[in-house]
Design a binder for this molecule. Structure first.
Ligand code: FAD
Ligand code: SF4
Length: 511
């Protein structure tokens, strides 16, 4: 018996290369997976539809698959109960599973014991940093920026490396070229329509209602996310053709008015990659090849994308596995303020927060800068409870799995991991948001003001954050400038900013 989890839809895995009439594959839609956190409806639908389609493909290839829908698994309290019964019914002698990507599941699977059944754990054959090398890699890169890890991965896999062993384009990093905004009509003309799929999800939503599964977000049907390999490959090709030419340049930009404002030039491939419909190297190869063949795609766009997959994605996984389970308990800025209600309905006068949360609820998706510099920044400045924020991120996004969500939220956005991922907090006032978006132009608040009645809340809260965390950041050389600016302010102004921020915090639900 071989167990296939919902994020293990890798048809190229060596398991499937040979047909074995003695082997039964088991796929389960389990209640335990719906209850460990409250999920977005589209996230559940995307996982179930992708699993069902993967089962169809395996069956059509002649494999024996036992698939159980959420309705059919209701009588099992958990994974162990389900597997025990299937083992007994089929007289299973050997059980294999692919190593889960989440700590909670690896603990559960490694703890399972069945009488007279041998158990083997195998690799998922997906990631580029082998699991067995994580511990050593963590030791080597501990205390260093992600950049060093990324350069070594480029060398190891010979990605964007020239014949002399030097980085193509003469530089490792083109981040400076990648800070364009989309405020001008000319730039907005470059934005194309996102490729959306037409996957019927109504049956899943009906099932969730019927079983009263706790969930939230818009029940969008048809489901627009890719649910099989063919759709995932189509989305990858679409990205390389339509969006890659501008990906890096505008990867930090945000908009309020455009009909494709929620997707812009982003690939929206994260769900397909995380459930392993696509291999990360296949995605990198496609992007590098597109860069070689299309003269409109320069190295800055290709490098900007490769960095995310070969760098950040592998790096955050390394941190997660090197430090779990202790990592999960970290809350180094001691943040405990409850999550405001607008995280669940998006109704706030702050245009940037409203846009970012609303689109998360509408599409189970927000792009990186919305996650980091709007919702994450707001959570950081206001000191929202790190566990509550992490649970929200883990539930809301279609691509959210703990190994990637936790280091990004806890480490990058909330600076709650004791400076393991980020060397300085991603905290900003309204000025950064105003530079990268047109949100402020359409906001109730005034981005250039800090203390007045209608002043942008990010402004005074930024200084409040700087002031209240002096013990943590004052000696950080990357924060020197911020403390210099704070120290230079008149005592009266400082007090006015802190008082304003205190008033905002006590009114946080009504902003
Ligand atoms: P693109 O902008 O097109 O980027 C291409 C790909 O690069 C992504 O598909 C993804 O595979 C990879 N990537 C980019 N940035 C990162 C990163 N920081 N870490 C890991 N991979 C990255 N990503 C998830 O896959 N799941 C999550 O649960 C998740 N939670 C996040 C929470 C926070 C607070 C932040 C700041 C980031 C989070 N990310 C997460 C990373 C990133 O925001 C998403 O991968 C990206 O927005 C997905 O959209 P896309 O496919 O259009 O990405
Ligand atoms: Fe956000 Fe402030 Fe700009 Fe409003 S003015 S959109 S609250 S940054």
């Amino acid at each position: 018996m071989r167990l296939i989890l919902g994020d293990q839809l890798n048809g190229s895995h060596s398991w499937f290369q040979e047909y074995d009439s003695e082997c039964i594959y088991v796929m389960l839609e389990l209640s335990q997976e719906q209850y460990y956190v409250k999920h977005h409806k589209q996230k559940i639908a995307a996982f179930f539809l992708a699993m069902r389609d993967f089962c169809r493909v395996l069956k059509s290839d002649g494999h024996h698959v036992s698939y159980w829908t959420l309705e059919e698994t209701q009588h099992w309290s958990n994974l162990k109960a389900a597997l025990s019964q299937i083992i007994e019914e089929h007289g299973i002698e050997h059980f294999e599973y692919q190593r889960p990507d989440e700590y909670r599941l690896i603990e559960q699977l490694r703890g399972l014991k069945f009488d007279q059944v041998t158990v083997t754990e195998v690799d998922t054959e997906h990631f580029l940093l082998p699991f067995d090398e994580i511990s050593l890699a963590y030791t080597n890169y501990q205390g260093k920026q992600m950049e060093y890890f990324y350069r070594d991965m480029r060398k190891k896999y010979q990605v964007l490396i020239d014949e002399q062993g030097k980085p193509q384009g003469g530089k490792w990093n083109f981040d400076k070229n990648n800070r364009g905004h989309l405020k001008s009509a000319k730039n907005q003309e470059l934005i194309s329509n996102p490729l959306l799929f037409n996957n019927s999800a109504q049956d899943i939503y009906t099932l969730l209602d019927k079983l009263a599964v706790p969930c939230f977000g818009e029940a969008l049907s048809p489901l627009i996310w890719p649910i099989n390999r063919s759709q995932a490959q189509t989305l990858l090709a679409h990205f390389c053709r339509e969006n890659l030419p501008y990906f890096g340049q505008f990867q930090d930009a945000m908009l309020t008015q455009h009909k494709s404002k929620w997707s812009l030039f982003h690939s929206r491939l994260s769900f397909a990659i995380n459930v392993k419909l696509l291999h990360p190297m296949e995605v990198i190869d496609a992007v590098v090849t597109a860069g070689q063949h299309n003269p409109n795609i320069d190295i800055a766009q290709v490098e900007g994308f490769v960095r995310q997959i070969l760098g950040w994605r592998e790096y955050v996984r390394m941190i997660y596995w090197a430090l779990m389970p202790e990592y999960g308990r970290r809350n180094s800025l001691h943040s405990h303020r409850p999550l405001p209600g607008y995280f669940w309905h998006g109704k706030t006068k702050m245009q940037c927060v409203k846009q970012s949360i609303s689109q998360s609820l509408d599409y189970a998706y927000a792009h990186h800068i919305q996650r980091l510099m709007i919702i994450g920044n707001w959570s950081l400045l206001t000191g929202l409870d790190s566990q509550e924020v992490e649970q929200w991120y883990l539930g809301v996004y279609v691509d959210a799995l703990e190994w990637v969500e936790m280091p990004n939220t806890k480490g990058m956005a909330l600076f709650a991991d004791n400076a393991t991922i980020a060397t300085k907090p991603y905290a900003s006032s309204g000025a950064y948001i105003n530079k990268m978006s047109d949100y402020c132009k359409h906001c109730h608040y005034k981005v250039k003001e800090s203390i007045s009645e209608q002043a942008c809340p990010f402004n005074s809260l930024y200084w409040h954050f700087i002031d209240r965390n002096q013990a943590v950041f004052r000696d950080n050389h990357r924060m020197k400038m911020m403390y210099h600016q704070w120290d230079k302010k008149e005592a009266e102004l400082k007090q006015a900013l802190l008082d304003k921020a205190e008033r905002l915090l006590s009114d946080i639900e009504d902003l």
